[in-house]
Design a protein around this ligand. Structure first.
Ligand code: NAD
Ligand code: G6P
Ligand code: MN
Length: 431
């Protein structure tokens, strides 16, 4: 029987996670789920915990839902620890989005300086959580969603002894998107992914095992665009996609269409608000629904969030580890030579075979020059972001932001960094 600990249990995504465990009850004997949150999240935890309890009760299965503010109680002897927390809450996210915009730089919660700020707040907390896991559940698997997911997973793998796998819903979202373009069941579509979290390319696309990449790009490029709820859905230029010869992920728009995306962000900030401000309202609506004592399923309104389907990917991954399935998932995993153009000890996002020993990435080798440079630059930024976050080193932080492709100069990097450090003081004990 399995014990699952969910750190950040008050998340509005929790009902999807519960649904995933209910669906897999036959193959995955989860007995106890500990939903853990902090004092500030207590009210959300109680609301979402109430719904979780009604969901398992309706399903008539033997899963016990526990609500706790005691992280050690949640982690003790857990088999899987799922991390989905947000240090500083939605208000910190909104600040992350707004600071870069002041300097004409993309303001996004995971990409660019916003993601840097989120990483600096999150790194001390994830390291603390891992100390608890090392002590209280040394055999547990950490399944991380906390963004920036690749950076946080790499922090864990470099600086702790915890076994960790990072997840994101972008790859599965791209599979669904391509299936929709082709008008087929997503089960018939497979994609080879290579790159980093939120910077992943679909290098080969298969329908029933046949490589249809070229056909797809020739006939559909630019006509349809793969996107997600949280990213403006600008179509790609068909000629650009032909020249790339593969499928970019939705987040690539921030790099390949920077000017357009920046204009759009400024327009949104001045009208409906940043994505964080929009999400704050969506979340309030969701929690109003969750309070309804007659609600005992995951409400469809959760699809308004960009992270829809990610909890299901987590339950499926956990089942593959537990059942030693040896099937393929797209995960954030230690490179170990998989992409020959990156260091061994960094985390990449790619297809991997999952068994009881974890994720075994499928070899890629060298990637073409047209994607290599951007991937290496962003990875170098990520490596420095982690080093800065662990040590609280101002100079490393300044280098991280300066070399990020979306930051135009060292002058702007310094202004943004000083602003970030000032506005996040209470969450940065390492500085
Ligand atoms: P949220 O604001 O609802 O936060 C979830 C919970 O974390 C809150 O209830 C909050 O109180 C709690 N929390 C904050 N600090 C904590 C701490 N130190 N310890 C324990 N709990 C703490 O956020 P959300 O929108 O549900 O997202 C949660 C996380 O998952 C974020 O980091 C987000 O970026 C990430 N996310 C990742 C993906 C992905 O594709 N990997 C998809 C969606 C969301
Ligand atoms: C996408 C990403 C997540 C991100 C989320 C934001 O799905 O993969 O990593 O956190 O969307 O969604 P939101 O609804 O919070 O803007
Ligand atoms: Mn993601």
């Amino acid at each position: 029987d399995l014990k699952i600990a969910v750190i950040g249990g008050g998340s509005s995504y929790t009902p999807e996670l519960i649904e995933g465990f209910i669906k897999r009850y036959e193959e995955l004997p989860v007995r106890d789920i500990y939903l853990m949150d902090i004092e500030e999240g207590k009210e959300k935890l109680e609301i979402v915990g109430g719904l979780a309890k009604r969901m398992v009760e309706k399903a008539g299965i033997g899963i016990n839902i526990h609500l706790t503010l005691d992280r050690r109680e949640a982690i003790k002897d857990a088999d899987f620890v799922v991390t989905q927390f947000r240090v500083g809450g939605i208000d910190a996210r909104i600040r992350d989005e707004k600071i870069p915009l002041k300097y004409d730089v993309i303001g996004q919660e995971t990409t660019g300086p916003g993601g840097f700020a989120k990483a600096q707040r999150t790194i001390p907390v994830i390291l603390d959580i891992c100390r608890d896991i090392e002590e209280l559940a040394p055999n547990a698997w950490l399944i991380n969603f906390t963004n920036p997911s690749g950076v946080i997973t790499e922090t864990v793998l470099k600086h702790t002894n915890v076994k960790a796998i990072g997840l994101c819903n972008v790859p599965i979202g791209m599979v669904y998107g391509i299936a929709e373009i082709l008008g087929v069941d997503p089960k018939r579509v497979n994609i080879d992914f290579a790159g980093l979290n939120h910077l992943v390319w679909g290098t080969h696309i298969y329908l029933d095992g046949e490589d249809v990449t070229e056909k797809l790009i020739d006939s559909f490029a630019g006509a349809k665009s793969l996107s997600m709820k949280n990213i403006p859905e600008f179509p790609w230029d068909p000629e650009f996609i032909k020249s790339l010869g593969m499928y970019p992920c939705p987040y690539h728009r921030y790099y390949y269409l920077t000017d357009k995306m920046l204009d759009e962000q400024k327009k949104e900030a001045a009208t409906v608000g940043t994505r964080g401000e929009v999400v704050k309202k969506v979340e309030q609506e969701l929690f109003e629904l969750y309070k309804d004592p007659n609600l005992n399923i995951k409400p469809p309104q959760l699809e308004k969030r960009g992270g829809a389907h990610y909890s299901d990917a987590a339950c499926s991954l956990i089942s593959s580890i537990y059942n030693d399935k040896k099937d393929i998932h797209v995960v954030n995993v230690r490179n170990n030579g998989t992409i020959a153009d990156l260091p061994d000890d960094v985390v990449i996002e790619t297809n991997a075979i999952i068994d009881r020993n974890g994720a075994h990435p499928i070899n890629i080798g060298h990637v073409p020059a047209k994607i290599r440079g951007l991937m290496q630059a962003v990875k170098a930024y990520e490596e420095l972001t982690i080093e800065a976050g662990v040590k609280g080193n101002y100079y490393t932080a300044l280098q991280a932001l300066t070399i990020h492709p979306l930051v135009p100069s060292a002058t702007v990097a310094k202004k943004i960094l000083d602003d970030i450090l000032e506005q996040n003081k209470e969450y940065l004990p390492q500085y």
